[in-house]
Structure formats: structure tokens, C-alpha cells
Write a protein that binds this ligand. Sequence first.
Ligand code: SF4
Ligand code: SF4
Length: 180
Amino acid sequence: MSETASVPALSKSCGDCGMCCKVLHISELEKPAGQWCGVFRKGSGCGDYEARPQACRGFHCLWLTSEKLDDAWRPNKAGFLMYPDRDGKRLNVVVDPGKPASWQREPYYSRLKAMSQRAYDGYELLICIGDRRVVMFPTEDVDLGVLNPDHKLVSGYVDKDGAQVPFAMVLSDVEAAEAS
Ligand code: SF4
Ligand code: SF4
């Protein structure tokens, strides 16, 4: 789980959502991504609220912090949650593995496509469905298949015969070490 610094928008609260308690990996709890946390209780939320780890305390998904996303984007309605990382250079769309095509439904797909316009400025919109990764560009979705989640991705544009062509790829361990 990656921390997000923003605070909840005034009109928002988690309510009965709990999507982050299912889809995210939480290392402090050794909870794998895509499986409900053992202390989550449907209808009442966290069953160990006072002792929940810092990763849970610090996490606020994009729906919770943004006034621009209406109730259709509430993660337990949408079937995915979103959060930024890489200093705002990447948006992770973490999909409920029980609803793997939820991000491709409307109104979501069109708006995600619109968000992906920022790929021209180096922004990465990453769809995570279990360990499968899809990088979304305005003109295409690059499906990288099932990956080791520890491996680094790079994406962007290359010039090909005068045209800007999107690419996404996984770095080998050697390339990742050289890049860091
Ligand atoms: S996914 Fe967002 S709205 Fe849902 S419980 Fe987590 S932080 Fe709250
Ligand atoms: S400890 Fe609580 S807040 Fe954290 S994942 Fe489990 S149920 Fe959710």
C-alpha cells in the first residue's frame, strides 16, 4: 500500500466501502493484494480500527479526496479504487479481482481515457488487475500481462518515422538497478 498525503474531501467518507481492505497489499499485515483483510467486517468496516497499521491510517483513495469524482466512482460501486504515486506522475487503478472488467465499463472507461491524455507529459495511468498490468494511453491500452509486481515498468513515447508511438515495458533486474 502506498501512502497518499491528501485528506478526505468534506463531502466524502468511506462509509461501507472497504475496497482498499481487499485489493491492496498491506505489508505490515502480510495481507496479499486481492484478498479481504482478516479483520474487515462487512457492514461495520475495520474490526481492529484503533490498532490498524499506519499504512491503513495514511491511505486515502482518489475518490475520497476528490470533489470531482461523484458517487458512481465510489470504489465499491465502481469495482476499482485509484491512488496516485511517483509524486503524482502515476495513477494506479487497482481493480477488484472479482470484477476484472469493471474499468472497461462506462462511464469509467471514457473518463480514464481522458485522464490518460497526460501520458503525453510523462504521466502513467496503470491498470492493476491482480498481478496483470495494463498501461493506458489515449490511443491504445498496452496489456503487459501477468508480471512480478516487484519489477519496474517504464512507459512513454518513442519517435518512429516522425510519429510519437506509445510503449510500455518491464525492466529486467539489471536495467532496473542501472536506472535507480
Ligand atoms: S477504497 Fe477509498 S473510500 Fe473505500 S474504504 Fe478505502 S479509502 Fe475509503
Ligand atoms: S486493518 Fe482494518 S483498515 Fe487495515 S486493511 Fe484490515 S480491515 Fe482494512
